[in-house]
Design a protein around this ligand. Sequence first.
Ligand code: PLP
Length: 442
Amino acid sequence: MSNRLAATPNDLRAFWMPFTANRQFKASPRMFVAAEGMHFTTADNRQVLDGTAGLWCVNAGHCRPKITEAIREQAGELDYAPAFQMGHPKAFELANRLVDLSPEGMDHVFYTNSGSESVDTALKIALAYHRARGDGARFRLIGRERGYHGVNFGGISVGGIVANRKLFGTLLTGVDHLPHTHLPGKNAFTRGEPEHGADLADELERICTLHDPSTVAAVIVEPVAGSTGVLIPPKGYLQRLRAICDKHGILLIFDEVITGYGRLGAPFAAQFFDVKPDIITTAKGLTNGVIPMGAVFVKNEIHDTFMDGPEHLIEFFHGYTYSGNPMACATALGTLDTYRDDGLFERAADMAPYWEDALHSLKDAKHVIDIRNLGLVGAIELEPIAGAPTKRAFSAFVRAYEKGCLIRTTGDIIALSPPLIVEKTHIDELMDCIRTVLDEVE
Ligand SMILES: Cc1ncc(COP(=O)(O)O)c(C=O)c1O
């Protein structure tokens, strides 16, 4: 046994694990000790196929050489530079590389350390922008039911997942929510974008009428809702949201923490759907998940509005000790090089039809009540066990892991998002595993 395997800790009490059934885990731990390409290695030296790109973040696959090398070099050269009132070249180089990928006219980037921080940063930029324009009565933020925007107070306020909100008091005030777009009665087993539901965007008009549009600062949605179980936007829905926001002078924020960096086969969902938001939040795939980092893209007009007043004054009172940290920037540059040199966004687009066919081949598998897909994202929704929601999907997750596949479940939905280097044989293996597991679980 190698040292790395022997080093597995045998006392698991101290670490309070995030979004985890701690007691179940500690009774029956699932430990990864290494990873390469499409696979993890477990502590008992098994290979597990990564069907989820870690947590929707390892888009280039694991332990990619350009990323590893970039980190190695950076660590020996410049470990840290203060983020406030000081700079280092890679932060600027990265920002320029990022805006080359972003939709036209979004030429400015604000760095964060996570998706949650990107979301809270975007909400603050939106509020402060209106204030800077002399339109400070715009204080309302509109999210969506079943939206996931991370776990900070701004994100859970505009988010729409009940379990993430109910324990945390009053949250932000002045927030309202659009209805979610999940219409299984009409859209079940749709391949790609569903036909029904674009009119749900019109609910924004109703919300605007209720509060008066002049009080609404921003609308935030995930173009494809990921963490809530992969809800693909109905055809025309995002375009309608954009039109209503334009009509009322409301900013549209796309939370692209999952869809950013190639997941749909384009750099961002904004380009995939051809709908340009005013602000885009990202994280995860920015550094291939390797070092925590997020980036918020803003339209030029928003950025330029802040660049006013005496030049010695700080324009925006916001930022993090680790905004644009040299290690994170080096990692992101290595990641962007890998995406470019390996043509991974194009690869995702090329592989998407095979992925779609493979997913939908599970239509007749046991317990399956819906299948959804777009780009290299997919969801298989299971009939819940009466009186025990989430139990069937959780059992499927544990069994799939034991059989050598990492899947992710949310509620009774299996959500899949393989690294963009996935091969057809991996997709076949994943679907075979899921079919077998669904046959076995109660
Ligand atoms: C759309 C979206 N926004 C925000 C987040 C939060 O990101 P993080 O966990 O890096 O804070 C996530 C994480 O899954 C996400 O999917």
